[in-house]
Design a protein around this ligand. Structure first.
Ligand SMILES: [Zn+2]
Length: 313
């Protein structure tokens, strides 16, 4: 008796455009917005995702066993699991469920929802021992249509991501779970380092002076970063996994993976890290989409799926 698997996925789009008349501002995201001098190392962002199961090489202290930058993890075919036999019985087959994938292991993801209710212009070094400083935490951008502040959107997606990772059996350490906090970018990275997490996910949205600018990208350090270049290979692969799944889930265009060494929260990380710029809040379409509940669920699911692929699930 063949079981029939039925899965229906109903996606409701209810794009409500707020009547808020806030003009499309140009406030930049100081910690993470696009600059002209960034190294565009893989704008396609598509050359690392492979089908099948990919083993994960975690970098050692010297990075000697880090995954190759071309993502050449060992691929093995998925095991054959369909062993159903043809037996007639009056007993109904167990219900197929849509239960989330549950993975084994002891992975922990540190999640930082970027920014907070109030920025903090106090200065801190952009990297350990650096004489260059930046604001402890900037105020972020805001939606040109919705008027929603970036810190609020970031937390909404971070909390959804937490739910999805935990449902998949992944441990989560939240840097913040409310908006009215005071945690600098150095302190956020140090909290992630001390949390026992094996990857650090920084959630941000972008802003541009050009309302036509759109798309998502992930940022990691460059291979020449003076503080944590040993994390480059793993961070680049993590970035590629996340941006590819995010864009596949949301339909947002991919701006690929970008290397930057001016991000405090990335430079202080001691574990593989990526910062995702989920879209442009200065673009009316993307601002509205990113505040649609159905889209927000897909945004978080895409990030979750990217992390799971990085882990090899
Ligand atoms: Zn930001």
């Amino acid at each position: 008796m063949k079981k029939i698997r039925a899965a229906a996925l109903i996606l409701a789009f209810a794009l409500g455009f707020s009547a808020l008349a806030a003009g499309c501002g140009s406030s930049r995201d100081d910690e993470s917005s696009v600059t002209q001098d960034v190294a565009q190392i893989d704008r396609s962002g598509k050359n690392l995702v492979r089908p099948g199961i990919m083993t994960v090489d975690r970098p050692g202290a010297d990075g000697s066993d880090a995954a190759a930058p071309d993502g050449s993890g060992t691929e093995t075919p998925a095991p054959e699991t369909e062993t159903e036999t043809e037996t007639e019985t009056e007993t109904p087959a167990p219900e197929e469920t849509d239960a989330p994938r549950v993975v084994s292991g002891s992975h922990i993801v540190a999640i930082d929802a970027g920014h907070q209710l109030y920025g903090d212009s106090g200065q801190e070094p952009v990297g350990p021992g650096s004489g260059t400083t930046k604001a402890r935490v900037s105020s972020g951008t805001s939606g040109c249509v919705t008027g929603i502040p970036e810190y609020q959107l970031n937390l909404t997606i971070a909390l959804l991501l937490q739910q999805k990772l935990e449902a998949a059996g992944i441990g989560v350490y939240m840097i913040r779970s409310s908006n009215d906090v005071s945690i600098s970018n150095v302190e956020r990275a140090q909290a992630a380092n001390a949390s026992g997490a094996d990857v650090y996910i920084r959630i941000h949205a972008d802003g541009s002076s050009d309302p036509g600018t759109r798309g998502a990208h992930c940022i990691c350090m460059s291979s020449g970063n003076p503080w944590n270049s040993y994390l480059y290979d793993a961070s680049y692969r993590l970035s590629s996994c996340v941006i590819n799944h995010y864009c596949a889930a949301t339909g947002f265009s991919s701006r690929g993976v970008v290397a930057r060494d001016d991000l405090t929260g990335t430079n202080w990380s001691e574990i593989p890290v990526t910062l995702i710029e989920m879209g442009f809040m200065s673009n009316p379409d993307e601002d509205s989409l990113m505040n649609d509940p159905g889209m927000q669920d897909r945004m978080a699911q895409g990030i979750c799926d990217g992390i799971l692929e990085y882990y090899g699930y």
